[in-house]
Design a protein around this ligand. Structure first.
Ligand code: MRU
Length: 334
């Protein structure tokens, strides 16, 4: 992805491996500062995923793949490391997919470092294809709404929901993006806006609860979001607040698309209600930055994701093309 530091623009990945060290753009401090978090062993990798130094389903998967390769280089017990990494975050399916991919390749006798690099490069290629297919949905002048961050920070290089927008812009289409701020962690306001700004894509951040007004006024042509886990029935989990956008979109006749690679599809889960939902610290809701915004002693509830049934989804933008929700099961059933 393009990153501009002190007026100078260069290409950077959300994470990469250098020798035995896994390096991450620290997403906790963007857009204020660009800092690199260095994971020196599997404990650091587990911390990076848990504390959201790195986040977004496919990027979490790549982190786990590199984490296992690193553990191999350091002579660790790989089964134990895989177990520790698999307990970092429960919802994003890519984490479990990547761990299984790595363990299978290692069992087959493949070099783990090669396998992790293959995994990362494969995700990049899949997201590039998602960009190509999704770009076909975007017209010159399209006003697109997105939720959370499903960009290059969450995926590598292209993104999922943001990949079609990147492609459209690079092809010369004039597009505009409404960016939901995405309370409580503000991935939209902090991360998606940062990526779009670096890419020169016109956009405005809106409070999460402003989307309904914009849809009613006819100011949204298309919605594209990412996914953390997709069930066989075409229901899916994504950042909290996605479901209400999908319901509003249907009410207002606005096409609602989900962009995600194969690694996000959980073929062992029949419907979206079976997806485990991560509950995060109350403090994410009770505080804005370091400042408490709620009265002392009051509690909050903080589910990090919600689930959307398939009836609200126009299509899934995948590396295999754009699929209707009912095509997920037909195509990917184990
Ligand atoms: O908690 P996060 O930031 O890891 O959640 C990520 C999301 O929910 C993204 O919106 C997303 O679409 C999945 S990652 C491409």
């Amino acid at each position: 992805m393009k990153v501009t530091v002190n007026g100078e623009t260069r290409e950077m990945r959300a994470l990469w491996m250098e020798g035995e060290i896994i390096k991450f753009i620290d997403q906790r401090v963007l857009p204020e500062r660009i800092e690199i978090f260095q994971a020196r062993d599997y404990n650091d990798v587990a911390f990076a995923i848990k504390d959201m130094v790195v986040r977004g389903a496919p990027a979490i998967g790549v982190s786990a793949a590199y984490g296992i390769a690193q553990a191999y280089m350091q002579g660790r017990d790989l089964k134990r490391v895989a177990d520790i990494l698999s307990k970092t975050r429960p919802t994003a399916y890519d984490l479990f997919y990547a761990i299984r991919y790595m363990m299978d390749r290692i069992e087959r006798g493949d070099d783990p470092i090669r396998a992790a690099e293959d995994y990362a490069n494969d995700i990049v290629e899949r997201s590039r294809k998602i960009g190509e297919y999704g770009n076909k949905l975007i017209k010159n002048g399209s006003r697109i709404l997105t939720h959370c961050n499903a960009g290059a920070l969450a995926v590598l290089d292209w993104g999922t929901a943001l990949a079609p927008m990147r492609m459209a812009k690079r092809e010369g289409k004039d597009i505009f993006v409404w960016v939901d701020e995405t309370r409580p962690r503000l991935q939209g306001a902090k991360l998606t806006s940062w990526e779009l700004k670096n890419e020169g894509i016109r956009h405005k951040i809106i409070a999460d609860n402003a989307a309904g007004l914009l849809m009613k006024r006819g100011e949204v042509d298309l919605i594209i979001v990412g996914a953390d886990r997709i069930a066989l029935n075409g229901g899916f989990a994504n950042k909290i607040g996605t479901y209400e956008k999908a319901v509003l979109a249907k009410t207002h006749g606005i096409p609602f698309y989900v962009a995600a690679p194969f690694s996000t599809i959980d073929r062992g889960i029949r419907n979206e209600d079976m997806i485990p939902i991560e509950e995060r610290s109350q403090d994410e809701v009770l505080y804005a930055g370091k400042c408490r915004i709620a009265p002392d002693g009051v509690e909050a509830y903080n589910p990090a994701f919600d689930v959307t049934p398939p009836d609200y989804v126009e299509g899934f933008i995948t590396e295999y093309g754009i699929l209707r929700p009912d095509e997920i099961e037909k195509r990917f059933s184990p």
